[in-house]
Design a protein around this ligand. Structure first.
Ligand SMILES: Cc1ncc(COP(=O)(O)O)c(C=O)c1O
Length: 423
């Protein structure tokens, strides 16, 4: 019998992330350095209890929180989010770009990324991505029949020379008119930990602009700042692309409260230019006509009382400590010819084995690691299906997010022993 599924239904593959999570769940002795989960120990249980109690103490605040809300998000949370972003961007923020009327609240930034792609892309369109990039973003592209082209990544963000080459090549082949956006994970990137400098964001935006005439339409810079608030030190944070000239028309910014507060409260947010804002709002109307109000009020309370900021300081300290534990373990147990990318924040280290040694899903290294009860994310899963280059398979994403300090030490020792057998 013919399939009943839509083209998209038929095309949508098994997300690699579910397989990795399943493996972690079904093997109790396994140490997972794969999950991008936050640390249970940092989750604000008492704080959330107190704030929810405050909200539900009276019908006046409790009833609206338990009612449906507005599609774009609760007014107070949109305002608090705009203020929060203004604070992060400091003197570079402007009332024009960081206005609460441009903020949309979503059920996690994942939903916002999905809806943005729905608003922008038809089947066969192209998105430029970092090589490597966030693998669930790649799953959306795969499912929706959107093509990806990889742009090489350096430790301070994308390789601008390569970006220009890719754009020029697409122009020459006539494919530029299908390019809709460049997707960058700009802070402590998933999977490499790399952070994009403001100079690179600015140069990338200018390059996209330069190629727009040939494309015949705007090419957006889609900035995903999911890990921005997980910065280890207290120095100044890099401003977003929203602070650059022309950003109001060309930058789509997405952020999340999942990483700094709690993924179980699953709130994302974005600042979107027109006509994307209006279209995404309409699409969200069809998805769910508004994110869970109770969760929005929880975050609004946390932000307005200043308790959110105090909580984030603790979270950052915790991850900085765990990253230091992993760094020491890597230095002790990993062979010297493995190149390690260290990050100033986020949840990940990126390890590159010498060329020719595979760390991919089917590799001997991955199988031996599983046998030794330790799991990592094979780097190859983070590369787009791009016919113009082969996928590197000699890399691994190693997370210190959810594992305990003891498991980080043990896991790295096990992985190091596996690697020494092969290198
Ligand atoms: C780079 C990146 N963007 C977006 C997300 C989505 O997070 P959420 O939907 O919880 O906001 C994640 C989650 O791991 C991520 O790593």
């Amino acid at each position: 019998m013919k399939t009943v599924l839509s083209k998209m239904g038929q095309r949508t593959g098994v997300p690699p992330i579910s397989w990795l999570m399943q493996t972690a769940l079904t093997r109790p002795k396994l140490i997972s350095l794969a999950a991008g989960f936050t640390d249970n120990a940092t989750l604000p249980v008492e704080l959330s209890r107190k704030l929810l109690n405050d909200i539900l103490r009276s019908p006046k605040t409790g009833q609206p929180a338990l009612q449906y809300g507005v599609t774009a998000g609760a007014e107070n949370l949109r305002e608090l989010t705009a203020k929060h972003l203004q604070k992060l961007d400091g003197k570079n923020a402007t009332a024009k770009t960081h206005a609460s009327g441009r903020v949309i609240i979503s059920g996690g930034s994942q939903q916002l990324l999905y809806m943005t792609l729905e608003a922008l892309c038809d089947e066969g369109d192209l998105i430029l991505v970092e090589d490597p990039t966030y693998f669930v973003f790649l799953s959306i592209l795969q499912s929706r029949g959107i093509q990806a082209r990889g742009v090489k990544l350096e430790r301070d963000g994308i390789d601008l020379v390569h970006l220009e080459k890719v754009l020029a090549r697409l122009k020459k082949s006539g494919e530029l008119r299908r390019v809709k956006a460049l997707y960058l994970v700009t802070y402590f990137q998933n999977p490499t930990g790399a952070t994009t400098s403001l100079a690179k964001k600015s140069a990338a935006l200018k390059l996209l602009k330069k190629f727009e005439r040939a494309a015949g339409h705007p090419i957006y810079l889609l900035e995903d700042a999911a890990y921005r608030e997980l910065r280890f030190d207290h120095g100044d944070d890099i401003p977003t692309a929203l602070t650059l000239p022309g950003a109001k028309e060309r930058v789509i910014y997405t952020g999340t409260y999942s990483k700094p507060y709690a993924p179980g409260a699953r709130l994302g947010f974005g600042i979107l230019p027109e006509p994307i804002f209006t279209t995404v709002q309409r699409i969200k109307g069809n998805h769910d006509f508004g994110t869970a109000n109770l969760l929005q009020q929880l975050l609004a309370r946390a932000l307005e009382t200043g308790l959110y900021d105090r909580h984030v300081v603790k979270v950052r300290k915790n991850y900085a400590k765990k990253a230091a534990v992993m760094k020491r373990a890597l230095a002790e147990h990993f062979p010297a010819n493995v190149e390690i990318w260290e990050s100033g924040g986020g949840l990940y280290f990126w390890a590159r084995l010498p060329k020719g040694i595979s760390a991919g899903v089917k590799s001997k290294v991955f199988q031996a690691a599983l046998k030794a009860d330790v799991l990592y994310v094979p780097g190859e899963l983070c590369y787009a299906d791009d016919p113009s280059r082969a996928k590197p398979d000699n890399e691994m994403r190693i997370s210190f997010g959810s594992a305990s300090e003891e498991n980080i030490r043990q896991g790295i020792a096990r992985l190091g022993a596996v690697l020494r057998k092969f290198l």
